[in-house]
Ligand binder design. Structure first.
Ligand code: KG4
Ligand code: ZN
Length: 306
């Protein structure tokens, strides 16, 4: 059973050829270099990027006989509307020309089930999904029974990383830069700690404001940039971990899953593995957006159950 999957929800154009939990071929065309100049993703440019990238991505699959696929899996939500629509038009054209059915996949479910490339989920599970657009805790009873039990009321964790990095002139996207500074940093930390109110919802606005206010006074020549970046990461990761612990206490899950772009963060991965005996972290290449996770999600949700 073969799936051709398509992911275009944000600025990455990604196609994968998948068969029974294995990736036969994948191509991921990032637009980060382009959007970097703007300090963030410009939705209209992202759609235009998909328009050209989708055809090149398909071209790169030439040596595979895509007529042998059984399904086309496609991210349909959530995401940037123009970007999602590019994927939809492309999937529809393929579906008509190849006469294969489309399976619609929720992008967030894709981030959750990406873990199945390397680990078997024990149900029920709690998933912490942290990306540039979302910060959510999910209760996952089975591949088709899952619900959001906590989410951010303001920015997403990745978005805060990107905004703090921009303020500190560290470039875009901010997560990898701040993570690198944190891993090399040996000094004292500022107290930017965020309080967990015991609920499963998140709020990052206090942390963001604290840091933005702080940087208004900092001297660019001094060591402060690294100290601020490292203290920020310590605070945000401790907060994400503390919220996940609250979810563990409430739901007593058999496993916990980490996913989304911010799950590439080394400190978060390390701390996450400490808080449950079945804590599962994804392969780094499947942390950020990719089509492989869309294929495995389609498989688990729509095909395995038949
Ligand atoms: O899931 P993703 O690739 O795209 C969205 O759907 O948003 O997540 C992108 C986000 C960006 O905000 C980026 O800064 C963050 O993931 N990110 C990281 C790391 N690598 C990427 N955040 C913290 N540490 C990292 N190592
Ligand atoms: Zn994502």
């Amino acid at each position: 059973m073969k799936i051709l999957s398509i992911e275009t929800s944000h600025d990455d154009t990604s196609l994968a050829l998948y068969e029974d939990k294995k990736i036969i071929f994948e191509v991921n065309m990032s637009q980060t270099e382009f959007h970097k100049t703007y300090g963030g993703t410009i939705p209209e440019y992202a759609s235009r990027g998909h328009y050209t990238n989708l055809y090149s991505a398909l071209e790169s699959m030439k040596e595979y006989d895509i007529e042998t696929i059984d399904y086309i899996a496609l991210t349909v939500m959530p995401g940037l509307v123009g970007s999602l629509n590019m994927g939809k038009v492309f999937a529809n054209a393929l579906s008509i020309s190849l006469n294969k059915p489309i399976i619609e996949v929720n992008h967030m479910h894709g981030h959750i089930f990406a873990i199945e490339f390397n680990h078997e989920i024990k149900y029920p599970a709690i998933a912490l999904i942290v990306s540039g657009g979302h910060t959510q805790l999910w209760y996952v009873k089975s591949p088709n029974e899952l619900e959001i039990v906590g989410q951010t009321s303001d920015d997403a964790a990745g978005e805060v990383y990107d905004k703090v990095a921009r303020r500190l002139n560290l470039g875009f996207p901010g997560g990898p830069q701040i993570d690198k500074i944190f891993s090399e940093y040996k000094g004292e930390y500022f107290d930017f700690s965020l309080k967990n109110d015991g609920s499963l919802d998140f709020s990052f606005s206090g942390l963001k404001t604290k840091i933005l206010n702080y940087t208004n006074n900092f001297d660019k020549e001094s060591q402060n940039t690294k100290q601020i970046a490292a203290s920020f990461q310590l605070s945000i990761v401790n907060y994400l971990i503390s919220k996940t612990k609250s979810a563990i206490e409430k739901y007593n899950p058999e496993s916990i899953i980490l996913g989304g772009g911010v799950s590439a963060n080394d400190y978060l991965r390390k701390e996450f593995l400490k808080i449950h005996k079945n804590a599962l972290v994804p392969e780094k290449r499947y942390s950020t957006d990719n089509a492989a996770m869309i294929a495995i999600c389609a498989h688990l949700q729509h095909i395995t159950k038949q």
